[in-house]
Ligand binder design. Structure first.
Ligand SMILES: O=C(O)CCC(=O)C(=O)O
Ligand SMILES: [Fe+2]
Length: 256
């Protein structure tokens, strides 16, 4: 999968710009973070993001991209099923109830390929700003031995050792909501190298965009442990997250 993305990013700008973003929920979208600045940072990244479930969207080129993607989606589907089963068990939640109430037989699965080329002054940029993912779980791989991913742990940025073939799994915002705060979403960011190009491929699993209200599981609630988040659909949350400029977690906005 990493190699397929490498070939995609190696194409000419004209070929890649076919997938320029028109809307945030485009089924395939190519974008760039170069030169984009905030008060604090410049971002150093190109990406291609696509929805792969319930319907698989693939760029037409490179020619074998779709076949590789189909295989990757089949395999990650199994991994997500296993992991979610374990998560529901750890929360003592009925698996079939969770699958039905979150419509996880027809989930929304997104796949993103990111490329972070070498930067002459890596200390002045970030590959990606600190953020959390809009999903239940994210699964991530990287292309080479340069570790760029950092996760916030106990108030410090910790470098994640992702040397291939390591798979890194982390929690997203929806798991924090559904588990009523028992699982915490993972704040993470990306640093870049002055020598190596790094490619990362991340894929996230979530309930469908509409129709499902993502809310704390009723079985986890009692008078001693009331709901700490209000419910929201994935689509509404996308808008909320996009318009949320503060450095606080978007989840705070849902806190009751
Ligand atoms: O490149 C990475 O390791 C992380 C990418 C990421 O956080 C994302 O695509 O949301
Ligand atoms: Fe992320």
């Amino acid at each position: 999968m990493v190699k397929a993305f490498m070939e995609f990013f190696d194409q000419t700008l004209e070929e890649k710009h076919v997938y320029d973003m028109n809307q945030i929920l485009d089924s395939i979208c190519y974008g760039t973070g170069y030169g984009m600045t905030t008060k604090e940072h410049r971002y150093w990244r190109d990406f291609l993001r696509m929805f792969v479930r319930p319907e698989l969207h693939s760029p037409a080129k490179p020619a074998d991209f779709r076949a590789i993607l189909e295989e990757f989606v089949l395999q990650t589907r199994e991994v997500f099923n296993e992991l979610l089963r374990a998560v529901w068990e750890s929360l003592e939640l009925e698996e079939s109830f969770m699958e039905d109430s979150l419509q996880l037989k027809t989930p929304n699965q997104v796949l993103v390929g990111n490329i972070f080329p070498p930067c002459p002054q890596p200390e002045l940029v970030l590959g990606m700003p600190p953020h959390t993912d809009m999903c239940l779980l994210t699964l991530l791989i990287q292309s080479n031995a340069f570790n760029g991913l950092q996760a916030m742990h106990d108030g410090k940025w910790v470098l994640v050792d992702l040397v291939p073939p390591t798979l890194f799994i982390f929690t997203g915002d929806f798991l924090e909501i559904v588990s009523n705060g028992r699982y915490k979403t993972t704040l993470h960011r990306v640093i870049v190298s002055n020598e190596h190009t790094r490619i990362s491929v991340g894929t996230s699993i979530a309930p469908p965009l509409e129709d499902v209200v993502i809310a704390p599981a009723p079985e986890l609630l009692s008078s001693d442990s009331p709901a700490i988040f209000r419910g929201i659909t994935f689509k509404e949350y996308t808008t909320l997250k996009r318009n949320h400029n503060s450095t606080d977690s978007t989840l705070d906005v849902l806190k009751l």
